[in-house]
Design a protein around this ligand. Structure first.
Ligand code: SF4
Length: 285
């Protein structure tokens, strides 16, 4: 059996651990029950349990239209994956089983879950076969794996634009030192073969796809067209979503009008970030 390395929240929000023992702490949602809602994309508002994988092959730092910067909002699963939980796949399945209640949707997120593709495939298969839940995978789209994809219902892919590249100026703002992952970010982030595989698989099955672009600058629009949409075959407009950049309500409200304008003009969807509206910029919700 494969092992999985999860970020500090593991399965969340929950009231029981993987052994079914009641936790002393109330979930960060403030509710005395497990579960939250999906905050983004086509399934925004749908009750869900989340599983957060640790580790990412990218290091996103964006610049907003007004010149300010915004970093990945789950740095504890990407930049600094210090606090992790290592469990067998069966323990993670049990953790979901003890908390799933009437919830039908499980969202696997990160970090980048596809970095642990063997364990991820086993997890998805067991979640499907034992609990029959709807599975969403949230990925940056730099990796495709057919075995994993077989068990997934919604590919929620968020390809990263050049505005996410952590250049020297951005690193200096946050006092970060360059390392191999920072250096490789630009070449890793843009994998058209992987994106085309997701599109093909969704178009030839009953699986769903959303290409969710995080937008912070007006110039992002041209790049979405030139570097992604025009390079991909059979990408449906209804599968393209634009989401305002920002890890806080204030940042999101700054970029939302520009992103709405872009979405409406192109017949693409605007994705809200409902969980930030409801719970603020905290983890575990
Ligand atoms: S790909 Fe996602 S998890 Fe990884 S650094 Fe970028 S925003 Fe964070």
């Amino acid at each position: 059996m494969e092992k999985l390395i999860l970020a500090k929240e593991g399965v969340f929000p929950v009231t029981k651990d993987w052994n079914g023992r009641l936790l002393e702490e109330t979930p960060k949602t403030g509710f005395q029950m497990p579960g939250t809602i999906q905050g983004e994309g086509k399934l925004a508002g749908v009750p869900s349990l989340f599983i957060r994988f640790s580790g990412c092959n990218l290091r996103c730092i964006w610049q907003m239209e007004d010149g300010t910067y915004s970093r990945c909002d789950t740095r504890y699963a990407s930049f600094q994956p210090n606090e992790t939980i290592e469990l067998d796949v069966d323990e993670v399945v049990d953790w979901v089983r003890h908390n799933i209640g009437n919830i039908k949707h499980v969202v696997i997120t990160g970090g980048e879950p596809l970095l642990q593709r063997r364990g991820l495939a086993e997890l998805c298969q067991k979640l499907k076969e034992q609990l029959n839940v709807h599975i969403t995978i949230e990925s940056n789209g730099s990796i495709f794996n057919e075995e994993v994809a077989t068990w997934v219902d919604l590919f929620s892919i968020s390809p990263k634009l050049s505005n996410s590249v952590p250049n020297q100026e951005k690193l200096a703002v946050f006092g970060l030192k360059e390392n191999t992952v920072f250096r490789k970010h630009n070449q890793t982030r843009h994998n058209l073969d992987a994106l085309q595989s997701y599109i093909n698989m969704a178009n030839n099955s009953d699986k769903e796809l959303q290409l969710k672009f995080v937008v912070g600058k007006k110039s992002d629009y041209k790049e979405i067209l030139s570097d992604f949409i025009s390079q991909l075959n059979d990408c449906k407009a209804s599968d393209i979503l634009l989401m305002p950049l920002g890890a806080t309500k204030v940042e999101i409200s700054r970029s939302s009008p520009m992103v709405l304008d872009m979405a409406i003009a192109n017949g693409w969807r605007f994705s809200p970030r409902v969980h930030i509206e409801l719970f603020g910029a905290k983890s575990g919700v």
